[in-house]
Design a protein around this ligand. Structure first.
Ligand code: GAL
Length: 406
């Protein structure tokens, strides 16, 4: 255990006793994620040649494995120097539990206060203090497909509604093709949020998480029934691996569609070397035209970080325009900063950036990726969803989620 001395900067937490090292904890260890993360690390190393970078990543999409490992480290008072977390209520959970430090001084020091969109700053602010540095913005509501598979099945265009999707599923079944490939529990929740969004619309979707939309309505039950029908035409019985394996089936042409965030573009285009629009393509998930279901990856300064000065250098690299562009172009995200170099964001990212910046776009927050629900409610929802997907009934699922969200 590294000794933590009292802080002299007045910002709380540990002071650096070994400024030549930084241990950063994330879950970006797999293909389609490590490329972007490596680019950010390379930029950090270039700026901080004297600091040894310790990559403490724990693989597993959406941080499901990493978060468990991190929680036990924090409980054991063994924090890394910085860790990845989602902006929104997931971060707020750690703030309320006293795990992370206020970083407002870093924003002031680096002149960042007007460099991030207001809504994003709000998502990393709790009670007027800023607790994380966002590196990028991702979009959750996307339907990826292989154009050759659609052509072979005689499907002219991807579906615009979940009803059209289910009609496609019948066509695909007749050709012995799976309509939807799915992965582990978190990918099922990712699908659920986007079916709810598509079926209920942006306003009622947001209300599901802030108490303004009651779960106890015929419309919500119908949307959950639609989710169940969509799951019924997926490969749930035979899936294996993580989100990348679900994409592999789209590449192979055995499944037509998958719903996944825009890091899928990094897997198809970077890890697999496929050509955007020719070998794989994307539309917004059914029923979500004009809506951007967002999430943001951020890094924090945990209380008692053993190498505080180096952690500040890391966070400074994360918040810099160069670091953000290096990361996001490879990770296939949009830089969180408003002054990103647009010319670097091509192919899929051209449309993502245009949608994000279009004032007509309606922005909502992701459930699965921590924006709209805190850690505790998200994990209760995981339990309820596992029961539903495992054969439980829709009424029981809706009742248990209603007990949490109203
Ligand atoms: C999200 C994360 C993304 C991507 C994805 C798959 O939660 O914000 O950056 O890594 O999980 O792991």
């Amino acid at each position: 255990m590294v000794a933590v001395s009292a802080c002299s900067s007045g910002t709380g937490g540990g002071e650096s006793d070994q400024p030549d090292k930084v241990e950063v904890f994330s879950w970006w260890d797999g293909p389609g994620e490590s490329e972007g993360y490596s680019a950010l690390i390379a930029y950090f190393k270039q700026q901080n040649a004297n600091v040894q970078f310790i990559n403490a990543s724990v693989a597993g999409g959406a941080g499901t494995n990493a978060r468990a490992v991190l929680a036990s480290r924090l409980d054991a008072n063994d924090p890394p120097d910085s860790y990845q977390i989602h902006a929104g209520l997931e971060l707020a959970s750690d703030v309320r539990a006293g795990k992370v430090e206020d970083l407002a001084y870093l924003y002031e020091r680096n002149g960042w206060l007007d460099k991030f969109p207001r809504a994003l700053l709000d998502a990393v602010t709790v009670d007027g203090k800023i607790y994380a540095v966002p590196v990028a913005i991702h979009r959750s509501n996307l339907l990826w497909y292989n154009p050759a598979t659609l052509r072979a099945a005689g499907i002219a265009r991807p579906p615009g509604t979940w009803a059209e999707f289910l009609a496609d599923a019948t066509t695909l079944k007749a050709k012995n093709l799976t309509a939807l490939s799915i992965g582990p529990g978190w990918t099922q929740k990712h699908l659920l949020e986007n079916v709810l969004l598509g079926e209920l619309g942006a306003e009622r979707y947001t209300g599901l998480w802030n108490g303004r939309t009651t779960w106890r309505s015929a419309e919500v039950t119908a949307a959950v029934e639609t989710f169940r029908r969509v799951m019924d035409v997926s490969d749930l019985e035979t899936y294996g691996g993580d989100w990348q394996s679900a994409l592999d089936k789209v590449v192979a042409g055995t499944a037509a569609y998958t719903v996944m965030g825009d890091w899928a573009d990094a897997y198809f285009g970077r890890a697999k070397g496929l050509r955007f629009t020719a070998d794989y393509d994307v539309v917004v998930s059914p029923g979500t035209a004009g809506v951007f279901n967002f999430l943001s990856d951020t890094f924090t300064l945990p209380k008692g970080a053993p190498h505080r000065a180096a952690a500040e250098s890391w966070l400074t690299a994360c918040g810099s325009p160069e670091g953000q562009d290096a990361f996001s172009v490879q990770k296939r995200a949009i830089a969180a900063r408003v002054d990103a170099d647009k010319s670097k964001y091509n192919d899929y990212l051209t449309t993502a950036m245009a949608a994000w910046q279009d004032p007509a776009t309606v922005v909502v927050g992701s459930l699965t990726h921590g924006v709209v629900a805190d850690t505790e409610r998200n994990s209760q929802l995981d339990t309820a969803l596992a029961a539903l997907v495992g054969g439980g009934d829709v009424a029981a699922f809706v009742a248990s989620v209603a007990a949490m969200f109203g």
